[in-house]
Design a protein around this ligand. Structure first.
Ligand SMILES: O=C(CO)COP(=O)(O)O
Length: 258
């Protein structure tokens, strides 16, 4: 039986400027102890404009908190106004990058092909993608959540070699649970996260599927995190709103105490 270290990641979305980012990471650093980092991998995904400040703090104080970006260009360099490349993110020592968050799919028309190109761009530059997948309310009400989410998984992983896929993080985020306060039940989360692991085993191998961390995201907070984390195929959380409150995020990291 593979033991997967849970990954608790805060997706700040378009919140906190670089000064607020410094204050926030300092609070996390002050609150979190070595034993927290032994039990859980902790990461923040700030806006691009904060990354340099976060890197300076993490490097300077040798913090154990990891960080990453919320998006990556599919291209490595060139005339792509407004985009941020994999080489730029790896130069800032990012560990993670979110790919295909539902807000990017919805507001920036990112489809599975684009997400697949971004996953590959991340691996070209030593970054670990957090591939976000999950259904909207209409799909859930039609009972199609598994088929829909697995199709996004297939699309995002297309032609990805096992040596890369084994380190990917998958975030199952049902769109109807994001920012709505409507958290999926632990059973809902397990149903789809279990299906994702099953599909990884079909696409690659059971051994690989057992290594991959699958996060749940959508209205996670300190009051519901323990029940979600108790599910066998949930290996962490991708936290939006609750990650902006450092005390709340620390409680989420310490989900075993809740
Ligand atoms: O989208 C999310 C994380 O990526 C979830 O956001 P909330 O935790 O605010 O629902």
């Amino acid at each position: 039986m593979t033991t997967r270290t849970p990954l608790m990641a805060g997706n700040w979305k378009m919140n906190l400027n670089h000064l607020e980012a410094i204050a926030h990471v300092q609070k996390l650093a002050f609150a979190l102890a070595d034993k927290d980092y032994e039990a859980v991998e902790v990461a923040v995904l700030p806006p691009f404009t904060d990354l340099r400040s976060v890197q300076t703090l993490v490097d300077g104080d040798k913090l154990k908190i990891k960080y990453g970006a919320q998006d990556i260009s599919a291209h490595d360099t060139g005339a792509y106004t407004g985009e941020i490349s994999g080489p730029m993110l790896s130069k800032l020592k990012c560990t993670f990058v979110a790919v295909g968050h539902s807000e990017r799919r919805q507001y920036h028309d990112e489809n599975d092909e684009i997400c697949n190109a971004k996953v590959k761009a991340a691996y070209r530059h030593g970054l670990t993608p957090i591939l976000c997948i999950g259904e909207g309310l209409d799909i859930r009400e039609a009972g199609q959540q598994i088929q829909y989410t697995l199709a996004q998984l297939d699309g995002g992983l297309k032609d990805l070699p096992a040596e890369q896929a084994e380190s990917i993080v998958i975030a199952y985020e049902p769109v109807w649970a994001i920012g709505t306060g409507k958290v999926a039940t632990p059973e809902d989360a397990q149903e789809v996260c279990g299906a994702i692991r099953g599909r990884l085993a079909e696409l690659y191998s059971q051994e690989l599927a057992d290594k991959v961390r699958i996060q749940y995201g959508g209205s996670v907070k300190s009051g519901n995190v323990a029940a979600i984390m108790a599910q066998p195929d949930v290996d962490g959380a991708l936290v939006g709103g609750a990650a902006l409150d450092s005390d709340e995020f620390v409680k989420i990291v310490r989900f075993r105490d809740q």
